[in-house]
Design a protein around this ligand. Structure first.
Ligand code: HEC
Ligand code: HEC
Length: 395
């Protein structure tokens, strides 16, 4: 009889729309951080953001006239492209991430090869795989239009003179020979202005947030103990949430407002780990260290320089070979395909990857002394897999 009572009370706990502890506290830790209200941005920041928005959608400084940031990060598709391997001028073997909530990360790129959002924005502009433009083409594009030049100067101060400079700074993935003849001090002025253009794009990206979802309403209901409102959240999704917090241990890595710990893990994908070709975080650290636009570099502000400790402390560490940054799960139902290599076509297959290790490396192909221990199978029933999927869809 006591056993039956226990079962009954467990069942009532599971049915409580306001979630019993400890789940409730854990669920509340997933509350979204306050939306940065774009109307509250004023002064210089608003000029920067407006210029950044123009830059984000522009094709005028790209070698390929149809390529802008927005051609891969499409506002209609959660600022990604639904393709596993987006084609720029050549091909890239990584999935395009959504930009919703992107300013809340600590490192950017699947491999974290940028330590600021503004430095990230500079690479696609010049990468032959992406836009194939360059810093001079970009600054000229700003300079040749009164509105754009005005936004730049109100946001950052004077634009350097471009008179007498060559047409282009780059030729393919190399410097243009004529650009190398320009004096070092002028090139530094150009680099500084280029970094400011990156800052304006970052100011625009800071306004990109996943739209509010039924999960956000549910979290509000938990925070205010509003039973009536909590009952509006589907019971299946609520039970999926419990699996996410508890048996699935998803929250270990997918915690906080973005449902991402912002750190790097090897989840056991066939294409990652020590045998994989994509070195992930390992290569990311090397690239970050050698990037003149990293936070340790001369284009950082004084406060960024102080905060550059995290970058300074990074070491070339073989144990992070094949690790990738935990993605945010906000708006996840809009951003298929999944994983850095775009290898999972829908949420069902992602869940099976975790619960049954479908499409994952086996223990015998473990990363050995490199990398973390591979994750264990979760032994979910098909019913539990279904509930977890219902939950993820409400994000
Ligand atoms: C050809 C497609 C393409 C274009 C064009 C492109 N991107 Fe991306 N973007 C990607 C891919 C793919 C990644 C993942 C790269 C990686 O992690 O190695 C990415 C990563 C990012 C990230 C990191 C997101 C995160 O969660 O860390 C940001 C921010 C970003 N892009 C912004 C931009 C901006 C700004 C532009 C224009 C200046 C741009 N992208 C142009 C495909 C593109
Ligand atoms: C050890 C940390 C860790 C745990 C635990 C974990 N994840 Fe992940 N998750 C990651 C990382 C890292 C990635 C990206 C892997 C990659 O692309 O190489 C990821 C990717 C994902 C994606 C794809 C996101 C995208 O944009 O491509 C989903 C969905 C996801 N996880 C859901 C879950 C669920 C559900 C659970 C629990 C069953 C879970 N994760 C447990 C770290 C983790």
């Amino acid at each position: 009889m006591p056993g039956l009572l226990l079962l009954l009370s467990l069942a009532t706990l599971l049915e409580d729309p306001l979630l019993p502890e400890p789940w409730r506290g854990k669920a509340l830790s997933l509350a979204r951080s306050d939306l940065r209200n774009s109307d509250s941005i004023s002064g210089k920041e608003s000029f920067r953001r407006d210029l950044g928005e123009l830059l984000f959608y522009a094709t005028g400084f790209s070698e390929n006239p149809s390529n802008s940031c927005a051609s891969c990060h499409d506002a209609e598709r959660a600022f990604q492209d639904q393709r596993s391997h987006p084609r720029g001028l050549q091909g890239i073997a990584r999935d395009t991430p959504s930009l919703w909530g992107v300013s809340g990360q600590r490192w950017w790129g699947w491999d974290g090869r940028w330590d600021s959002l503004w430095a990230q924005a500079l690479e696609p502009i010049e990468s032959v795989d992406e836009m194939g433009g360059d810093r001079l083409m970009l600054l000229r594009w700003i300079d040749e239009d009164d509105q754009r030049r005005d936004l730049f100067e109100k946001g950052f101060g004077p634009l350097p003179s471009l008179a007498g400079l060559p047409e282009k700074a780059r030729s393919g993935s190399d410097w243009h020979p004529d650009y190398l003849l320009v004096s070092k001090s002028r090139r530094k002025e150009i680099d500084l202005a280029f970094s400011k253009a990156g800052r304006s794009i970052a100011a625009f990206e800071a306004t990109l947030e996943a739209p509010r979802s039924s999960f956000d309403d549910y979290i509000d209901a938990l925070a205010t103990s509003d039973l009536h409102k909590a009952e509006l959240y589907p019971a299946e999704a609520r039970r999926g949430l419990i699996l996410f917090l508890d048996k699935g241990r998803c929250i270990l890595c997918h915690g906080g407002p973005l449902l991402s710990d912002g750190e790097f893990h090897d989840t056991g994908l066939l294409t990652s780990g020590s045998s994989g070709k994509d070195s992930g975080r390992y290569g990311g650290i090397l690239e970050l260290k050698s990037n003149p636009f990293n936070l340790e570099g001369q284009f950082s502000t004084a406060s960024e320089m102080e905060g550059a400790d995290r970058t300074r402390r990074l070491k070339r560490d073989p144990s992070v070979w094949g690790a990738f940054r935990t993605p945010s799960l906000r708006g996840i139902r809009h951003t298929a395909p999944y994983f850095h290599d775009g290898s999972q076509k829908d949420l069902k297959s992602v869940i099976r990857f975790y619960t049954r290790r479908d499409g994952a490396r086996k223990k015998s192909q473990a990363a050995g002394h490199h990398g973390e221990n591979l994750m264990e199978e979760l032994n979910f029933t098909p019913g539990e897999e279904y509930l977890l999927e219902r939950f993820l869809e409400t994000l």
